[in-house]
Design a protein around this ligand. Sequence first.
Ligand SMILES: [Zn+2]
Length: 441
Amino acid sequence: MLSIYNSLSKQKEEFIPLNPDHVKFYSCGPTVYNKIHIGNARAFISADLLSKVLKGIYPKVTYVSNITDIDDKIIKAAKEENLTIKELTKKYFDLYMQDIGLIGINPPDIQPFATNFITEMIEYIERLISLEKAYEIDGNVLFRVNAFKNYGCLSGRKIDEQEHGKRVEIESYKENENDFTLWKPSQKDEPGWDSPWGYGRPGWHLECSVMSEITLDIPFDIHGGGNDLKFPHHENEIAQSCACNGLDNARDFAKYWVHNGFLNLESEKMSKSLGNVIYIEDLIKEYKGNHIRLALLSTQYRQPIPWSKTLLDQAKTISNKISDFIDKNEFVEPKFIASTNIAAALFDDLNTPKAIRIMQDFVQDSKFIKDEVATFKYIFEGSTQDTTIDKNTIQEIEKLINERNQARIDGDYVLADKIRDKLSKMNVSIKDVDGKTEWKI
Ligand SMILES: [Zn+2]
């Protein structure tokens, strides 16, 4: 029923899960060193959309999205803000959770933090070295790209092509200029861990190979991320995971590779006045979460979004019109109904603009079809929050809800109930609807 575009085959394919009783999806999450902007939000909303559709179809779906909490950009930002790495990553993780919540993005089922997997990453590197897929030199460990014969299978870049005509000086310690870092040395005043290769820290590509394998087992169904991650990040993940597990084919690591398009700031005025970066926390002063959500979903996820104030204003008008129509009729719980026209549009490579048009036509013709409305609400009406509530309060509530959801995933119902009590003491009532927690003050 569902077809998605697979970047590996460069065509739309029917989605056939490895195990229909448990569908597994991994998407690359944020590096938590600054606030997320609207361009970042596009990748997260695309993953959220796919996970919602999968959860609407299959009885059990595990959606994993990692948190990169060690990285050169983090080290630099911590110095600039005069915070420890832990303080900085906590601050921006909390802001990330708050911002995605404002536009109706559900937290992933599992959010592994890179720094909680250092031991496993070291073991992974040791395995690659023992298989002669990686080599150590002066405290650096590098992946030997020539050791994976299908390198380039996702991006189409071949090792020879990249070498040809390039005038970049190869770092002296590399056997091949495309060899990439699995481990690098840290200075004494930088964060690091002891390893067989000295005090250092892992390379970024490694964390997704290790954490996807540990949280989902391989092969899993879908690996997602932004177009910009295809090369080198995903190409390198494929090389590591296949090399480490004796696999030749990227599909034996993850069967479908899904990538979202960019978001382009259209209006010069808009990008100038906002310093070329638009933050959710600024947009939310003027627009509701649902307006921003609809604007982001008004373009199919693979196409570039020409982002402008006009687009946002149009989304606001459409969203309000649809909400008014729905509110005038009886209350319908959000729910994904596979037999609807809206679901049919989504089954065609997540065609959200078509789904929105279908709903607009129902409004135009005053046709209130409960199943269609339920499906529309499930996908497009993520946010129920009153944005006049103080930001810190929202942040605290979101944090507690996430902790409660994690406790429920872990089976710790005593803790989950305690958090619920705490929320009710804050006059927050919560309601669990279709795996999503809604709250009201
Ligand atoms: Zn990744």
